[in-house]
Write a protein that binds this ligand. Structure first.
Ligand code: CUA
Length: 338
């Protein structure tokens, strides 16, 4: 097939994929869907409008001067009369820029304090975001839930305002938490706690990424914020609070518990209590694995465990030598963890 047809085919497949998922693409920075992002967006638009007006006025005056007073055939070659000093002009080009800077500084201060001084209501959902090389851990201390890479939060509306308050911490190096349509970037720094809040106004999936270079897999340290209607959020909470499903096959569970995986991963109610990797108690309730890199199903899970370095070179999940039977049993067990 000629290259251009293949390209068109790829583009069409991509468009179909995008249309199929209710996903808020990272791209549209002009469509903020939570208060902090909306405030930042309004400030940017104000700044852009003022700068555009200054640019247009300066460019128009310059163009006028060049066209109207440029050298023409037959003009005298001598220097034009030199004009010096005009109080009106001096005052105008001093006062106007000062006013512009004042307006921009005041608007920035107002927006910054509106975001930072937001009172956090008692019914806000508290989440501790723990950044790791190269994945995100989400802990809900009040709800006793631990999950990874997919942050579920409730929808906020005018009728029922619901804030999610994030406490950001790092387990290793500096990272940055950034979901463009919900709020500005917040650095996640070791030995320091930063905070932020969001109140998403539309249900769906929002894409985010680490915004601070943190090593090999930085570019793929992605996350999803899944905004649920209040009812769906309650359902999700109830489901996550349950203990891990009972093993359907002792043999399959045994394959997992006998592996080195349990040194880094937790499945509640089993001897697997590792903390350095994502909690797997309700693994199958997540849409994706490997920091949202691939969809979560038996095939991708098997490939991922078999050779984690192939999909994301340099990541910290070691390759463990496993026979095909062991691998099959392990995947059969993990796929029961709903
Ligand atoms: Cu974490 Cu970049």
């Amino acid at each position: 097939m000629p290259l251009q047809f293949r390209l068109i085919g790829t583009l069409l497949t991509f468009a179909a994929l995008l249309a199929a998922q209710p996903m808020h693409a990272v791209g549209n920075i002009f469509r903020p869907l939570a208060t902090p992002a909306r405030l930042v967006s309004e400030l940017s638009i104000l700044t852009l409008v003022i700068c555009a007006a200054v640019f247009l006025i300066v460019a128009a005056l310059l163009a006028y001067a060049v066209i109207r007073f440029g050298y023409r055939e037959g003009d005298s070659r001598s220097e034009p009369p030199q004009v010096y000093g005009s109080n009106q002009v001096e005052i105008a080009w001093t006062v106007v820029p000062i006013l512009i800077v004042f307006v921009l500084a005041m608007s920035t201060a107002r927006i910054t304090s509106a975001v930072q001084d937001q009172r956090i209501p008692k019914d806000a959902v508290n989440v501790t975001v723990m950044a790791h090389q190269w994945w995100w851990e989400f802990r809900y201390p009040d709800l006793k839930i631990v999950t990874a890479n997919e942050l579920h939060v409730p929808l906020s509306s005018d009728a029922q305002r619901k804030l999610t308050y994030l406490t950001l911490k790092s387990a290793d190096v500096a990272h940055g938490f950034w979901v463009p349509q919900l709020a500005g970037k917040t650095d996640v720094i070791p030995n320091r706690t930063n905070t932020m809040w969001i109140d998403p106004r539309e249900a769906g999936v929002y894409l985010g990424n680490c915004s601070e270079y943190c090593g090999t897999q930085h570019a793929k340290m992605e996350l999803r914020v899944i905004v649920d209607s209040p009812e769906d959020f309650d359902k999700w909470v109830a489901q996550q609070q349950q203990a891990a499903p009972a093993a359907e096959s002792r043999e399959n569970q045994g394959a997992f518990l006998a592996s080195a995986c349990i040194a880094c991963h937790t499945v509640s109610g089993t001897p697997a209590r590792g903390r350095s990797g994502p909690d797997l108690t309700h693994l199958m309730s997540r849409q994706t694995i490997a920091s949202t890199e691939v969809p979560n199903n038996a095939t991708t899970l098997r490939d991922w465990i078999k050779d984690p370095q192939r999909l994301k070179p340099g990541n910290k999940m070691p390759t463990i030598k496993l026979s095909d039977t062991q691998l099959d049993r392990m995947v059969a067990y993990l796929t029961t963890l709903h």
